[in-house]
Design a protein around this ligand. Structure first.
Ligand SMILES: Cc1cc2nc3c(=O)[nH]c(=O)nc-3n(C[C@H](O)[C@H](O)[C@H](O)COP(=O)(O)OP(=O)(O)OC[C@H]3O[C@@H](n4cnc5c(N)ncnc54)[C@H](O)[C@@H]3O)c2cc1C
Length: 395
C-alpha cells in the first residue's frame, strides 16, 4: 500500500519483460512493437503526463517524410502507421493527399512528400489510445533516477515520482528511449555528446483571430561541416547548449521563453513543455552509421528517408541500437548511435519510430542482446510490414 501521509513511500516492486523509458515517438513505437512481437508485460514510463515527447509536448509537430522525394516510399511499418494516425485525425497542414488518397494520381507523389503536420494535442491522445489498446502498461509522472547493474545486465531501475514515492522495477530487457540516453548513461554504457551543441529554438503556437498557428522560431540547423561545404557562414546564434545538465536545460528553457515573449504575435495558445534540444547524448553503438546512401547492412532494420533533399534514403543497422557493455539494453530514437553528421537524419520523427519499432521487437525476442537472432528480428519486422532494404528502383 502507498502511505503518502508519512513521507516517501516505496511502491510494490514490479517485474516486467520489457521496460521502455521515455514516451516520445521512439518509446511509443518500442512499447507497441514489443507487445505485438509477443512480450506480455510491457511497461512504458514517461516523466510527463502525455505521450509524444518533442513531437507533442515539445510542439515539434511536423512528421517528416517517409519517401525519397521522387515518388517512392522508403520507410514502412510503425513509422507509417504512426504518420497515418496523425494524418487521418488532427492533421493541420502538409496533408499528403497524393499518398493517402487511393483515388489520387500516383504521378502526384513525385512532387509531394509523404509527411504531415500534426495537431500535437490530438496526436498525444491518439498515441495513448493506441498504447492502451495494444496492452501497454503506462505510468506517467515517472522519472528514472537510478539504474543498478549486475553481471553486465540492468538488474533494477529506480523510478522517482513528484509525489516522493519510489518504485523499483526489475526488467528482463530495457529500451532507453529517453532522448538523452539517460538509462544508458546510468548503466555505464558508452555514450557521446553532440560536439557542435544546440542552437536556441523556440517553437510556439498562437491564435491570430482566425487560425491557430505553429510558429517555428529557430526552425532549421545545419551541421557545421555541411555549412562549410556549402560556403555558408557559421550559425547565427553564438550561444549553444549540450542540453544534458539540469542547469543548462533550465537556462535553455528560460531563453526559449524570452524569445517567445519577444516574438509573440496574436494570443499565445501553447508553449513547449520541454526544452527544444535537437541532439544531446547518444550511445556509441556497435555500429555507428554515417550519411552514406550506398551503405548496406546485413543487420538492417529498415530505411529512413533523407528529409533534407531527395535521395534514396539510408539503411539503419541494428548495431546502432546497442552498445558493447550492457547485455539487456537497447536504445531507440534520437539517442541511438550515428556519426555527428548523420545524427541530423536519425533524430527526426520517422527515424525515431523506425528505431523504436526495431528496439521494441528485439526486446521481445531475447533476454540478452548478444543472444538475439538477427534473422528472427528481421523476419518479425518484415511480418510487421517493415521493408529492410531500399526499394529495387532506388538501388
Ligand atoms: C527545434 C527542433 C525542431 C525539430 N524539427 C523537426 C521536424 O520538423 N520534424 C521531425 O520529424 N523532427 C524534428 N525534430 C526532431 C524530433 O522532434 C525529435 O528528435 C523526436 O521527436 C525525438 O523523439 P524521441 O522519442 O527519440 O525523443 P523525445 O521526443 O525527446 O522523447 C523522450 C521522452 O522521454 C522522456 N524522458 C526523458 N528522460 C526521462 C526520464 N529520466 N524518465 C522518464 N522519462 C524520461 C521525455 O519526457 C520524453 O517524453 C526537431 C527537434 C527540435 C528540437
Amino acid at each position: 500500500m502507498t502511505d503518502t501521509g508519512t513521507g516517501p513511500a516505496q511502491l510494490p516492486p514490479r517485474e516486467v519483460e520489457v521496460l521502455v523509458v521515455g514516451g516520445g515517438i521512439a518509446g511509443v513505437a518500442a512499447a507497441i512493437a514489443a507487445r505485438r512481437a509477443g512480450a506480455r508485460r510491457v511497461l512504458l514510463l514517461e516523466r510527463q503526463f502525455l505521450l509524444g515527447g518533442l513531437a507533442t509536448t515539445g510542439l515539434i509537430s511536423i512528421y517528416l517524410p517517409l519517401c525519397d522525394g521522387r515518388g517512392t516510399q522508403v520507410t514502412f511499418g510503425l513509422a507509417e502507421e504512426l504518420l497515418r494516425l496523425g494524418a487521418e485525425k488532427g492533421a493541420e497542414g502538409l496533408y499528403p493527399d497524393a499518398w493517402l488518397n487511393p483515388e489520387s494520381d500516383p504521378e502526384e507523389r513525385n512532387s509531394q512528400r509523404y509527411q504531415v503536420q500534426l495537431n500535437p494535442w490530438h496526436y498525444a491522445l491518439k498515441l495513448e489510445e493506441l498504447c492502451l489498446a495494444t496492452g501497454v502498461d503506462l505510468l506517467y509522472g515517472a522519472v528514472v533516477a537510478e539504474v543498478s547493474c549486475q553481471n553486465e545486465r540492468i538488474h533494477s531501475v529506480l523510478v522517482q515520482f513528484a509525489t516522493a514515492e519510489r518504485l523499483q522495477i526489475q526488467p528482463c530487457m530495457v529500451v532507453d528511449a529517453s532522448g538523452d540516453a539517460i538509462v544508458a548513461t546510468l548503466a555505464g554504457e558508452e555514450t557521446a555528446l553532440y560536439k557542435q551543441r544546440n542552437i536556441l529554438a523556440a517553437w510556439y503556437r498562437h491564435f491570430d483571430g482566425t487560425t491557430d498557428h505553429l510558429q517555428p522560431l529557430g526552425a532549421a540547423e545545419l551541421p557545421n561541416d555541411e555549412r562549410e561545404e556549402r560556403g555558408l557562414p557559421p550559425a547565427a546564434t553564438a550561444e549553444r547548449w549540450t542540453g544534458v545538465g539540469a542547469v543548462e536545460q533550465s537556462d535553455f528553457a528560460l531563453k526559449m521563453h524570452r524569445w517567445i515573449l519577444k516574438d509573440a504575435r496574436g494570443s499565445l495558445t501553447a508553449l513547449p513543455q520541454m526544452p527544444q534540444l535537437r541532439m544531446t547524448r547518444r550511445i556509441v553503438g556497435v555500429t555507428i552509421p554515417d550519411e552514406d546512401p550506398e551503405a548496406v547492412y546485413s543487420d538492417s532494420i529498415g530505411v529512413i528517408a533523407n528529409w533534407r533533399r531527395p535521395g534514396p534514403g539510408y539503411e539503419i543497422p541494428f548495431g546502432s541500437l546497442h552498445g558493447r557493455r550492457v547485455r539487456n539494453l537497447l536504445v531507440a530514437g534520437r539517442c541511438s548511435a550515428a556519426t555527428e553528421r548523420f545524427w541530423d537524419q536519425t533524430r527526426v520523427i520517422p527515424a525515431c519510430a523506425l528505431t523504436g519499432e526495431a528496439a521494441g521487437t528485439a526486446a521481445a525476442l531475447c533476454d540478452a542482446v548478444p543472444d538475439l537472432s538477427i534473422e528472427r528480428l528481421q523476419e518479425q519486422l518484415r511480418r510487421a510490414g517493415v521493408q529492410l532494404r531500399r526499394p529495387r528502383s532506388l538501388r
